[in-house]
Design a protein around this ligand. Structure first.
Ligand code: MLT
Length: 312
């Protein structure tokens, strides 16, 4: 029987519930070769950093229960014949829902308004007075008719684009891995596919849904901020490294970027008043964790039994 090590209790429960999985599954807070006498055939991992881990010789595959594979040494795995899977699309709905929630909440100053209300110590009749004050302090803006630029039209980007249209936004798109024409034809959801410079220039809101690679690293930087509209809102639910941390802090300070909603808080950004740091909650729903675990289990089962590699 094949053995799998996983780093998440929820994932274990889900894997165990898959009656047909036929895999022997056990818990490891973090996999280490030194204390691991079981020498698993495969590992399912969500967030644990696998870069510093020495893998056992029997290891055949690693499945990342999520989209990004930055916590796995993919090149080293490829060289040593360890197959790396991810679970594309399995958490797309969870991320889409949080992107759109944050977009509206940020536009209505909801994060600031709620935080302010929570700090009020007043009671009884003082509350109505403070509510009056809040109404004036946190006047927001509506998203209807505003232009949303979606960078990356894959599983998550396409869902965001689709639902933003239903919210009466004007949706434009760019995808770094497919041509403008292909993007246009593929996505009925995007009014207009265009170059990234055009998208930067036209968007009131920009949401980014691409992996972190050498090409996309720091794509939001001092130079690209210059092309953007003043007071643009940027949403980053992909990877922190897509945005140059120092440059975004400067752009937030000057008001060039009106708000930065990020699922990847860092020191420079957290202290900025107009940043909305979210503790990596994009994919954190019960449904998404289950979807990812199921997809990972199916991929590994098929691979370990038949040698077929199906990354879906
Ligand atoms: C992903 O890459 O899909 C996300 O980082 C998901 C997660 O939070 O695990």
């Amino acid at each position: 029987m094949s053995t799998i090590t996983v780093d998440k209790v929820n994932t274990i429960k889900t894997l165990n519930n898959i009656a047909e999985s036929g895999l022997r599954i056990f818990n490891k807070e973090q996999y280490t070769i030194d204390n691991d006498s079981e020498n698993p055939d495969a590992i399912v991992v969500r967030s644990a950093n696998m870069h510093s881990i020495k893998f056992n010789n029997e290891l055949k595959a690693i499945a990342r229960a999520g989209a990004g594979v930055n916590n796995i040494p993919v090149d080293q795995c490829t060289e040593t014949g360890i197959v790396v899977f991810n679970t594309p699309g399995a958490n797309a709905n969870a991320v889409k829902e949080l992107v759109l929630t944050s977009l509206i909440a940020a536009s209505r100053n909801l994060f600031e308004g709620v935080a302010w209300a929570k700090t009020l110590e007043a009671e009884g009749e003082k509350i109505p007075k403070l509510v009056e004050e809040g109404k004036k302090n946190f006047v927001g803006k509506e998203i209807r008719g505003k232009t949303l630029g979606v960078i990356g039209l894959g599983a998550i980007g396409a869902l965001v684009a689709n639902d933003a249209l239903d919210l009466d936004m004007d949706v434009i798109g760019f995808d770094p891995f497919i041509s403008v024409d292909t993007a246009w034809n593929l996505s009925r959801n995007v009014h207009r596919a265009m170059s990234i410079e055009e998208l930067f220039a036209k968007s009131d809101y920009i949401t980014v849904h691409v992996p972190l690679t050498a090409d996309t690293k720091g794509m939001f930087n001092e130079e690209t901020f210059k092309i953007m509209k003043d007071d643009v809102y940027i949403l980053n639910f992909s990877r922190g490294g897509l945005v140059n941390e120092k440059d975004i802090a400067v752009a937030l300070e000057s008001g060039k970027v009106g708000k930065y909603i990020t699922d990847f808080p860092n020191e420079d950004v957290v202290k900025m008043k107009n940043a909305v740091p979210i503790p990596h909650l994009g994919a954190s729903t019960e449904e998404s964790e289950e979807n990812c675990a199921v997809m990972a289990a199916r991929q590994l089962k098929e691979f370990l039994e038949t040698g077929n590699i199906k990354n879906s």
